[in-house]
Design a binder for this molecule. Sequence first.
Ligand SMILES: [Ca+2]
Ligand SMILES: [Ca+2]
Length: 445
Amino acid sequence: MKRKNPILILSVLAVVSLLGLGLLGRTNHRVEKLRKSSLRARIKSISYVDSLKSPSGNDSEPQSLMVKLKPVLSGMDVKTLFQSTGFAEIEPLYDNVYRFQGKDSLVPLNDLMEQLRNNPAVELVEKDVVVRAMEVPNDPYFLYQFYLYNHGQTLNLTDGTVVQPKSGADINVVDAWTFSKGSEEVKIGVLDSGADYNHPDLRNKLDAGFNFVGNNAYPIDDNGHGTAMAGIIGASTNNGQGVAGICWNCRLIPYKVLGADGKGNYSNLVLAIRRAVDEGCKVINMSLGADEPSIILEDALKYAYEKDVVILAATGNEGKGSVCYPARYSSYVLAVAATDENDLHASFSNHGPEVAVAAPGHMIMTTFPNGQYALVTGTSPATAVASGVVGLIRSLKPFLTAEEIFKILKYGSDDVNKALFPGIDIYLGWGRLNANTYVAPIKVE
Ligand SMILES: [Ca+2]
Ligand SMILES: [Ca+2]
């Protein structure tokens, strides 16, 4: 377990300024919207920003002080002695050392500290520094990945946008990593526009896939969408570089079904699903969709499900009351809706009775071609988040069937909209993912 210490924060800030330099000259907050096509799968808005300013946290400020009194005070009633100083509570720790609780005080802690420093009875005053007992990966952009760890950090984008996420609106994956960081045995098929095999945060994670668009063995990414999805699912993590992936050790297999324009067709999708199953993928990510049903497509999904593959697909980004295909085939597929950084249903996320779960899908920091990093938005990244989480479950519990994993998500997700829509609903399905509840051992008291 590592502590989050000042050295880590300094190094993160140092890299933040490098990010600003590295991405200078990029189009500011560009948003690509790709056109609908009735017979073609399509993907939606990818957005990215050119650079970011330094973030700041707000839940790690100390609320109390550790105070060492001079030995001459031993035996005296310390509470009486300091009762006028404005501390809510004074508790003995050991010998002459006390904890002075400033949490509910009307006086700022720094002022209380200064008062004590000037008090002749006080030998030493220190802030009661907040420590976190958890493993935080050393990837420098981890601070921007509030979908993984949201402690209410403020993000200032260079276009003037300020993102202020709600603390706790994340998939609780840092805790989950204590139990599962993924296994190389679990292969995740990413059916998309290919992947950047040279990206420093992906090159050690990608296995050979296939390019159905060019009908060759090289699923290179000439669009960017596939590289972004692959990074969310399983970028190299704790490697001191770029972003953290969700499934640290899972293998990623790109199957290219979308061209440079972000479009593809069902025939290649069907071929890719069948090939991914036959090549041993236990999870299939489809951050894509179209509006028309297809019996042949449904047959391919059924084939995968019966071979015990967990398939995840995006609900679509039109903000309408119908879920795209293949996500709509909910007997075989987990349809993933998007939430935002406040745990609210994202307005662009399609809804309907087929929605299974929701995952963060707004401003998701991930890999982008040519060694870059980007913030992407849509039900596409939400789906990739869910695939990474399913990869963690499959790694830890390979004996579970696809059907059982559906049930784990059903009973373990957080019903974050329960005030308005208690239980399963057409917006968030069973709720927003909570990776820790899926993988943590059940506590028996
Ligand atoms: Ca990394
Ligand atoms: Ca609900």
